[in-house]
Every structure is written in structure tokens, then in C-alpha cells.
Ligand binder design. Structure first.
Ligand SMILES: *Cc1c(COP(=O)(O)O)cnc(C)c1O
Length: 395
């Protein structure tokens, strides 16, 4: 049991305490708060017998003590048996899929997934001879009707990318496992971070993160992680290793540092996003806000049941179908940078594309605008959106 399990009176310690203090003990490293950064390719063995025994903990630079520091943190946060780090969030999706799918297999993927997940399915998986169907986010236990005898993977994401539709993760995971005992249920958990949702506690086998997002939090790196139960750990680790993927120690160190402040950043960005989402919901220029934390959102009840919170990312439907007016609004924003990714300290905006979706594209009319709310003062962000609406001739 870790030193953070309980206070002396038996009360469980809070998550911020856990994140601020970390798992490993500074007194094991001469009192330095942060673990050292091990960079390397070659790892030496004391003699031939040690090299032949294959028992030495570290044998090559692909996995270092720095790798294991972060993997231990993530195992603890996700309740996982094992974590594999990958070069970015997308490879944390493709590696477990490759580890579980072969020619002739079938995969079920949520229709509203992160777009590059679908691109991987439509290119590499198709070429491998894997059949993929895309299920609607509201499927719940009806996933059973979509399962085939050769279904090996059910891929979940909630709230989903860009429209933030909720799915009933425990219902899907349990129905999938009942229908086919060797299916692997994997979930892209990037939105919630392990602070607000733990997929393995809700029936999933693998929890996937773009550590690029909140865990790093400063828009300065790409890194990914798969945190897995014992049943799936070995094949994912083996696939990652066989593909030759590994990650740099400096990225890991920056994520370790980011984790110390993740709770604080997440809650601040969440509060600002909730404020802006509520405000936008009341504007005539806005058809609808897509954010499960709003009581009016169709996914609100499931979100409230399963998730500990929301994050600083949401979308709204601007009341114009004129692409030039939508572009004028985005271009008039001064504090929202126009760029991909999210969860950094600075606010961002994109106009997402839904043309690849088969059953979950929004049908509200208007134009969907996705906002990533950063750490700026929320009243400045609100004033910026207000002036951009008027500059674009929308208000
Ligand atoms: C950003 C993102 C990813 C991919 O992360 P990268 O590190 O940019 O490859 C995966 N899933 C979701 C939901 C994301 O938002």
C-alpha cells in the first residue's frame, strides 16, 4: 500500500494531496523532490551470466526508471495493473487495437470518436482485413445486437470528441463482455482524466490517454498512455515493444511535473468553461451548447451518474450556416488561438468537421464551434467572445 492510502485516522487522503506528493519517496533519491531523468540507449550488464539470465530489470533504453516512475503514477491513478507509454495519444489508441485485432476480426468503434481513430480504422485496419462498424453513442446495452462471434474490440470514448455526446460505458462494457468473453473493451479517457473517470472501475479493460492534454497541460509535448488490467497488459506491452515504440525521458519528466498541478488546473478550467457554457446557452446567437455538465444536455444524467466532473472543453452551435460569418467570428477572437489540441493553459478555438460520421453528426443546423478554455480570467474570455460575435455581425 502506498504512503498515500490513508491519513493516520483512516480517512482516505484527497486527490490533490496524492498528486502534489507523488508516489515515490524523495528520501530514496538524496531528498530531491523530483526523480532523476534517465536518458540512454545502452544499459550495461555486470557479466555474461546476468545478460543471459534476462532477469535484470533494465536492459535497454526503451524502458528506463523514468518510464516506470510515470507508469507507476498512472497505474495508481487508473487502478491499472500495467501502463505502457506511447509517443502520443494517437499511438495509445492504435497500439492496443493492433495488439487485439488480426485479419478476419471485427471491431466496434463509437461513431463519434476522435477523428484520427477512425482514420486508423479506415486505412490500416481495413488493409489488415479487419472489419469495423461504428456504433451510435446512445447504444447502451443494445451493443449486444452489433456484436459478432469475431468481435474482438469494442472501442469507447466519452464524452465524445467535438460534440461531447455521452455513452453508457458500464452498460456497453458489461454487455460486450457477456456477449463475447474474449472481447477487449478499450476507452479513450482523455476528456475526463483519471480524476473524473476511471474506465477500469466501470468494466473496461484498457484506459487510453493523450497525456498531451491535461496531464502535461502546457501545450509543449506529445505523449500517450494505455493503462490496462492484467488480462490485456502483456499483449499490448509486447505489441508496443515489437513495433519499436518508446518515448523520451524529457517528455515523461514534463508530464510528471504537470501531474502535480493537474487537479488545480482542471478544476479552474472546468469552472471557467461551465460559466461560459451557461452564458452562451442563454444567447440568441447560439442554437445549443454541447456540454454534458449542463442540465439541459441529453447526456447530463449519465454524465452525473458516472463522472466526477467535466473539463474545459465544450462546443456550441452558432446560429449561422454562412461559413464566412462563422470564419469571421473565429478570426475576430483575440484571446482564443486557432489550433488543434486542448487542455493547455491558453484558450483555443476550432470549427470541427463531422463529414466522416455515419450516425452521430449534429443535426442542429448552424455551425459547431469548439472552445478549449484556458487559465485566462474568465471575464476576459467572455468579453472576447462578445466582441467577436458583434464584429462578425452575428449580434
Ligand atoms: C488529442 C486527442 C488524442 C490524441 O492525442 P495526441 O497526443 O495529439 O496524439 C486522442 N484522443 C482524444 C480524445 C484527443 O482529444
Amino acid at each position: 500500500m502506498s504512503k498515500h492510502a490513508d491519513n493516520s485516522n483512516g480517512r482516505p487522503r484527497g486527490m490533490d494531496t496524492r498528486l502534489a506528493q507523488g508516489l515515490s519517496d524523495p528520501l530514496d533519491r538524496h531528498g530531491f523532490i523530483h526523480p532523476p531523468v534517465y536518458r540512454g540507449s545502452t544499459v550495461l550488464f555486470p557479466d555474461v551470466a546476468a545478460m543471459r539470465s534476462r532477469k535484470q530489470e533494465y536492459t535497454y533504453g526503451t524502458i528506463t526508471p523514468t518510464t516506470n516512475e510515470l507508469c507507476n503514477e498512472l497505474n495508481d491513478l487508473e487502478g491499472a495493473a500495467h501502463t505502457v507509454l506511447t509517443p502520443n495519444g494517437l499511438s495509445a489508441i492504435t497500439v492496443p487495437m493492433l495488439s487485439c485485432l488480426s485479419a478476419g476480426d471485427h471491431a466496434l468503434v463509437i461513431d463519434s470518436c476522435y477523428a484520427p481513430t477512425r482514420r486508423f480504422c479506415e486505412t490500416i485496419l481495413k488493409r489488415m482485413g479487419v472489419e469495423v462498424d461504428y456504433y451510435p453513442p446512445a447504444i447502451g446495452g443494445d451493443i449486444t445486437g452489433w456484436m459478432k462471434p469475431n468481435t474482438k474490440v469494442v472501442f469507447a470514448e466519452a464524452p465524445s470528441s467535438n460534440c461531447f455526446q455521452m455513452m453508457d460505458v458500464p452498460a456497453v462494457a458489461s454487455a460486450a463482455h457477456v456477449a463475447n468473453t474474449d472481447v477487449v473493451v478499450m476507452m479513450d479517457n482523455t476528456y475526463a482524466t483519471p480524476l473524473y473517470f476511471k474506465p477500469l472501475d466501470h468494466g473496461c479493460d484498457i484506459s487510453i490517454h493523450a497525456l498531451t492534454k491535461y496531464p502535461s497541460g502546457h501545450s509543449d509535448l506529445l505523449l500517450g498512455a494505455c493503462s490496462m488490467n492484467a488480462r490485456t497488459a502483456e499483449r499490448v506491452a509486447e505489441t508496443n515493444n515489437a513495433l519499436g515504440l518508446c518515448v523520451g525521458a524529457d517528455e515523461i519528466q514534463l508530464v510528471m511535473r504537470g501531474l502535480k498541478t493537474m487537479g488545480l488546473r482542471l478544476r479552474h478550467q472546468e469552472a471557467s468553461a461551465n460559466h461560459l457554457a451557461n452564458w452562451l446557452d442563454g444567447l440568441n446567437e447560439v442554437i445549443r451548447v454541447m456540454h454534458p455538465a449542463l442540465p439541459s444536455d441529453p447526456g447530463h444524467e449519465i454524465w452525473k451518474r458516472d463522472f466526477g466532473g467535466s473539463c474545459g472543453l465544450f462546443s456550441f452551435v452558432l446560429n449561422t450556416e454562412d461559413p464566412q460569418k462563422a470564419a469571421a467570428f473565429v478570426d475576430a477572437l483575440q484571446l482564443f488561438g486557432l489550433g488543434y489540441s486542448w487542455a493547455g493553459h491558453e484558450s483555443l478555438v476550432v470549427l470541427p468537421d463531422f463529414s466522416d460520421r455515419t450516425c452521430s453528426a449534429p443535426t442542429d443546423g448552424g455551425t459547431v464551434v469548439r472552445l478549449q478554455i484556458g487559465l485566462e480570467n474568465v471575464e476576459d474570455l467572455q468579453a472576447d467572445i462578445e466582441q467577436a460575435l458583434s464584429a462578425a455581425g452575428l449580434s
